[in-house]
Design a protein around this ligand. Structure first.
Ligand SMILES: *[C@@H]1O[C@H](CO)[C@@H](O)[C@H](O)[C@H]1NC(C)=O
Ligand SMILES: *[C@@H]1O[C@H](CO)[C@@H](O)[C@H](O)[C@H]1NC(C)=O
Ligand SMILES: *[C@@H]1O[C@H](CO)[C@@H](O)[C@H](O)[C@H]1NC(C)=O
Length: 238
């Protein structure tokens, strides 16, 4: 936790002190090559080795587990074929204002199209944690994939500082899961959870996914992403 806190303090300091030198630093750095795609999966990158998971969950994918009508709690699972495919919704202005959302393909039925997306659900708990849902309804505004001048990494952001993944031994969802939540600061990360970064891995949306969904006013924008997050050799990039 100390290292995580220290790194973010340094980052915050850099951003506040000199945005120009930060962007110069980025373009001079040795970063893995990024592409741009219409859609992406989110891959967990654990910077600090942790002992709370066996097997390790590094490079696992964000997905949802059904917890109620139109509601899916965010979890990690190991295989690409079960990874959720997301896209960024918002106008160019929304991108500049970090007011986009991380959306899921709309669900179509005879009665019309229902939006779906990543939603933040604050709840009463001693740590001020926020649940993450892959739910029916528009995704929460204020989430996206960091790009451009703000970060050299194609990584997911929300209004909360940390994504965390928790070893929940309680069978909260029918059986134990690797639950993914949000934490406002390092102090609020519980013992059974670790901070995790989500990197975007390029994906494709199903053909015709937005046909007949005009009423939802979807503005799909391209997202920075990596071809294969699991193949990145971090020893070349730190
Ligand atoms: C990803 O994790 C590796 C360790 O497995 C770490 O060296 C690297 O800094 C992490 N990258 C990001 C962008 O978090
Ligand atoms: C969660 O922690 C318990 C107790 O330390 C351990 O037995 C279990 O294997 C862990 N679960 C996972 C999925 O790693
Ligand atoms: C997509 O973004 C546009 C522009 O901000 C917004 O009007 C619309 O409600 C959003 N749609 C969904 C499904 O999130």
């Amino acid at each position: 936790m100390f290292t995580v806190a220290l790194v973010s303090t340094l980052m915050a300091g850099l951003t506040a002190a000199s945005p120009l030198s930060l962007s110069q630093r980025q373009f001079q750095g040795n970063y893995p090559p990024r592409a741009t795609a219409d859609a992406f999966t989110l891959v967990a990158n654990i910077s600090i080795p942790s002992t709370i998971f066996n097997p390790d969950v590094n490079n696992w994918f964000l997905s949802g587990v059904h917890v109620g009508a139109g509601r899916n709690a965010a979890i990690l699972q190991p295989t690409l074929d079960r990874a959720s495919v997301f896209f960024i919704n918002g106008t160019g202005r929304d991108v500049s204002a970090q007011a986009t959302s991380i959306a899921l393909p709309p669900i179509k039925s005879q009665s019309g199209a229902t939006p779906a997306g990543l939603q933040f659900i604050p709840y009463e708990n001693p740590h001020n944690l926020v649940n993450l849902g892959l739910n029916f309804g528009p995704g929460s505004v204020g989430a996206g994939v960091v790009g451009g001048l703000r970060s050299p990494w194609a990584q997911a952001f929300t209004p909360y500082r940390y994504f965390i993944v928790c070893n929940e031994t309680e069978p909260a969802y029918g059986r134990p899961q690797h639950a993914v939540k949000l934490a406002p600061d390092a102090e609020s990360i519980p013992e059974n959870c670790v901070a995790v970064t989500f990197l975007a891995q390029c994906a494709t949306l199903p053909e015709g996914v937005f046909e007949g969904t005009e009423e939802l006013n979807i503005h799909q924008v391209g997202a920075p992403c990596y071809e294969d997050v699991g193949a990145i050799d971090w020893s070349q990039h730190d």
